[in-house]
Design a protein around this ligand. Structure first.
Ligand code: PLP
Length: 396
């Protein structure tokens, strides 16, 4: 016999992946330019030139056995030091490189962190709508997912609901700002309020509640919100970062975990992170891409491109009669479904060759997600289809 749970996971692709695969097939049938694929969050803007320049320099100037060899399991020390120096300077943080653990992207940062802290039946709060893989990661770490709805109008955290959901079994809460799928960004007041509740509840219940901050979109902010770095507000914070989106490198698998150095028993938690990475077989994060990091910290892909896409789409869709959640960051537009049944509406949208993700996949009904990290040309070409979709649907 094989593990049935794994078989289930393997044969049931996520709704997003399924749509993405459908899109690939449809493009072969009717031509790439005729399919408006807004399904997946694959960055469309190339990595900044410093990435390739650094990689070429590294390859030309280094002994290849060293360059492609194993690094320490926690990552290369110089790389860890540079990351901490950069974060401390950028966010006026007070981090220590000894609590940085290099990973293969945000997914690895999350799975390693969850497996490090969770014991059987520990609860982890996720805020709906949420990134669907959280459920997979938490359950594989033997935890229980507790879904708390965000505020229905703003999609910001609903503090009353969060406080009510916390109990003796609560081990952690995961936040994600800028958010996938809503594009909402949490400002300082949100992080302060959340920290106050977590501190109060940790002390009442006499156990640590970890704040896991999933930050792959940290640099993708289009408003003047100053990013509140969680370790500045809450001691028991675990930051899960990735360069997938900021540097447009999702296929290269590079990121890190950093713990607040004022965390309760930080050294033990860090050992648990190391043990978790080891037991999951990560060995070390990709070496070449670790060595790339010091030169590329502070750089991002050209996010003005995403900003322009966002502006064009959100203005046009609003004009056509769609209700759009104002997105301050990431590269997703969250739009109220015209049919209450978002799945049915997204199915209907396929007739117009529009590939949209129903919000049901994110633990909340009634919305659609439009991933706008696509070419501006695709957005402009898709606008008539969006217009026709709402007009025809309303006509019935
Ligand atoms: N967390 C969120 C909210 C995401 O949207 C994604 C990817 O889309 C990830 C984590 C995983 O990122 P990575 O590709 O770095 O593993």
């Amino acid at each position: 016999m094989i593990n049935q749970e794994m078989k289930e996971l393997g044969c049931k692709a996520s709704a997003i992946r399924e749509l993405f695969e459908y899109g690939k097939k449809r493009k072969q049938e009717i031509g790439e330019e005729n399919v408006f694929d807004f399904s997946i969050g694959n960055p469309s803007v190339p990595a900044p030139s410093i990435v390739n320049e650094t990689l070429i320099k590294l390859i030309n100037e280094n002994d290849s056995t060293k360059l492609h060899g194993y690094t320490s399991a926690v990552g290369d020390n110089l790389v860890r030091q540079c990351i901490v120096e950069y974060l401390n300077k950028t966010y006026q943080a007070n981090l220590d490189y000894r609590y940085v653990y290099m990973t293969a992207g945000a997914a690895a940062s999350l799975t390693i962190s969850l497996n490090a802290i969770l014991e059987e039946n520990d609860e982890v709060i996720v805020l709906a709508p949420y990134f669907p893989e959280y459920k997979v990661f938490i359950e594989k770490a033997k935890g229980k997912v507790v879904v708390v709805e965000s505020d229905k109008n703003t999609f910001l955290p609903d503090f009353e609901k969060i406080e009510k959901a916390i109990n003796n079994n609560t081990k952690a809460i995961i936040i994600n700002s800028p958010n996938n799928p809503t594009g909402v960004v949490y400002d300082e007041s949100i992080i302060k309020n959340l920290s106050t509740i977590l501190k109060k509840k940790s002390s009442e219940l006499n156990h640590t509640i970890y704040l896991i901050s999933d930050e792959p979109y940290r640099e993708l902010i289009y408003s003047d919100i100053q990013y509140p770095f969680v370790t500045n507000y809450y001691d028991d914070s675990i930051v899960c970062y990735s360069f997938s989106k900021s540097l447009s490198l999702p296929g290269e698998r590079i990121g890190y975990i950093v713990l607040s150095n004022t965390m309760n028993n930080v050294q033990d938690v860090f050992y648990a992170i190391c043990g978790s990475g080891r037991s999951l077989g990560f060995v070390c994060a990709p070496a070449l891409f670790q060595y790339m990091i010091p030169n590329c910290l502070g750089y991002t892909s050209d996010i003005e491109v995403y900003k322009e896409n966002r502006n064009i789409l959100s203005k046009a869709l609003t004009e056509y009669g769609y209700e759009v959640i104002n997105p301050d960051g990431a590269f997703y537009l969250f739009v109220k479904s015209i049919d209450e049944d978002a799945k049915a509406f997204c199915e209907y949208a396929k007739k117009y060759e529009l590939l949209l993700v129903p919000s049901d996949s994110f633990g909340c009904g009634g919305y659609i997600r439009i991933s706008y990290c696509v070419s501006k040309e695709q957005i402009l070409n898709a606008l008539p289809a969006f217009k026709k979709l709402i007009e025809d649907f309303r006509r019935g």
